[in-house]
Design a protein around this ligand. Structure first.
Ligand code: SF4
Length: 81
């Protein structure tokens, strides 16, 4: 699981830090601070709940496949024709 916070969206509501305090904190200005970019499975439910609870949908969660370390499907060529 990979997490990213869009700080352009974050308004410092603090939901994420309340729901998953081991993964999210808040900076002095209230904006979300990511403590763990790749949390383990034990934290995944709280992270998902935090992402769903964010009023601005500022938290992106990318689930990993079983093939750890493998690249995703190869991209299609970006031909102009
Ligand atoms: S819940 Fe969303 S808006 Fe609130 S601090 Fe976390 S990322 Fe920012």
């Amino acid at each position: 699981m990979d997490i990213a916070i869009d700080h352009d969206k974050c308004i410092g509501a603090g939901q994420c830090a309340l729901i998953a305090p081991e993964v999210f904190d808040q900076r002095d200005d209230g904006m979300a601070l990511l403590l763990v970019e790749r949390p383990g499975a034990a934290q995944a439910p709280a992270v998902r709940e935090a992402a769903e609870s964010c009023p601005l949908s500022a938290i992106s969660v990318a689930e990993e496949s079983a093939a750890d370390g493998a690249n995703a499907a190869p991209g299609r060529p970006r031909g102009s024709g």
